[in-house]
Design a binder for this molecule. Structure first.
Ligand SMILES: Cc1ncc(COP(=O)(O)O)c(C=O)c1O
Length: 359
């Protein structure tokens, strides 16, 4: 006899990653067109061969500490913060999973400005919580967060507000003053700022963690560092959260290959510089060429958000797919409507093919 699963699973949708078709140009998951740092690959192979990375052993605490030290140096928090301010996980996804378990229990609420990354709502639902959606502003504001409406949606059950900055799929960052307004108007709510794409942006909100107890910032190695396949990410958290995080997070959530690669990737400044430069340069190429046919929104991420109306997003998605190019049809994003596509910035050759196909 089948045993009933939790009733909340009825209204949870499976996460649908960007599609992958052999031989096609995949511009649907915001990955790094240059791939991982060659130094990270060499370090993995060398460490295994020399036996310093022993795959038969569980990851050692010291390796994770070294990663957290290296992250502190990378962020520039070497002296102002301690290792305890850095929490690691299996990608931002893994860190989010832990955070939602820490804050959301049955009947609690989380506020999600939409359209945005869909995992926030799934995790809240799985935890028995209730997502409250607030539409981002459109028009002149380019999908900025509506602070007054977000604050008005809060009540005593609200535990988290999720803010992706730069936001997936709209590509815009939240200006620091606006973020301060939000944080200060909801002192009893954890503001989770997801900076998965921050390396491609002009500024970061990470310093806010040093100022407020109700803020934390998420970062990943999946985008600018090109290590999406290894699943490693981190959160910059206020110190009071560190012990709670440790209790809830899965033991050994980041594997030792991922730790080794992430440390090497952080030390390979040149690969990071080249990756960011390529994206910023090619993003401009895509925007300039595509805005001849469509409305293209400004982007601080490694993708562009394109309004293809009067066509429907699925029509453009299908037409590109037939030409061997996979983009993201954003109609699957709650609140995005049916005329947006998201295109990951690729190499010049790939971007030229996109422009040509949409011409
Ligand atoms: C806003 C945002 N956060 C997090 C992630 C997932 O990051 P990770 O690969 O570190 O789990 C994505 C992936 O596309 C994303 O768009």
């Amino acid at each position: 006899m089948q045993v009933p699963v939790r009733s909340c699973l009825e209204w949870i949708e499976e996460y649908k990653p960007g599609r992958m078709v052999k031989g096609a140009i995949k511009l649907s998951s915001n990955e790094n067109p240059l791939g991982p740092s060659p130094r990270a690959i060499r370090e993995i192979v060398k460490s295994i061969e020399e036996g310093t990375l022993n795959l038969s052993l569980y990851p050692w605490e010291g390796e994770e500490e070294e990663l957290r030290d290296e992250i502190l140096r990378y962020i520039g928090f070497g002296t102002r913060m301690k290792k305890e301010n850095i929490a690691v996980g299996a990608g931002v996804d893994g860190v989010l999973d832990t955070l939602v378990k820490m804050f959301i229990e049955s009947g609690n609420e989380a506020i999600i400005p939409v359209p945005t990354f869909s995992l926030y709502e799934s995790l809240v639902k799985i935890a028995g919580g209730i997502p409250r959606y607030v539409k981002r502003e459109r028009g002149e504001e380019h999908f900025n967060i509506p602070v007054k409406r977000l604050t008005a949606t809060c009540n005593e059950k609200t535990k988290i507000i999720f803010i992706s900055s730069p936001n997936n799929p709209t590509g815009n960052c939240v200006p620091v003053d606006r973020m301060r307004d939000l944080i200060e108007s909801v002192p009893g709510v954890m503001v989770v700022i997801d900076e998965a794409y921050v390396e491609f942006a002009d500024s970061s909100l990470v310093n806010l963690v040093t100022e407020y107890d109700n803020v934390l910032v998420l970062r990943t190695f999946s985008k600018a560092f090109g290590l999406a396949g290894l699943r490693v990410g981190y959160a910059v958290i206020p110190e009071w959260l560190a012990n709670h995080y440790k209790k809830v997070s899965m033991p050994f959530s980041v594997n030792s290959v991922a730790i080794t690669a992430a440390i090497a990737a952080l030390r390979d400044k040149e690969h990071l510089r080249r990756s960011v430069e390529l994206v910023q340069h090619e993003r401009q190429f895509l925007i300039e060429n595509l805005q001849r046919f469509f409305k293209v929104y400004p982007s601080e991420a490694n993708f562009v958000f394109v309004d293809v109306s009067p066509a429907k997003s699925y029509e453009v998605y299908d037409a590109l797919m037939k030409r061997g190019i996979i983009v993201r049809d954003c109609s699957t994003f709650r609140g995005a409507g049916d005329s947006f596509i998201r295109i990951t910035v690729g190499t010049r050759e790939q971007n030229e093919k996109v422009v040509e196909a949409l011409n």
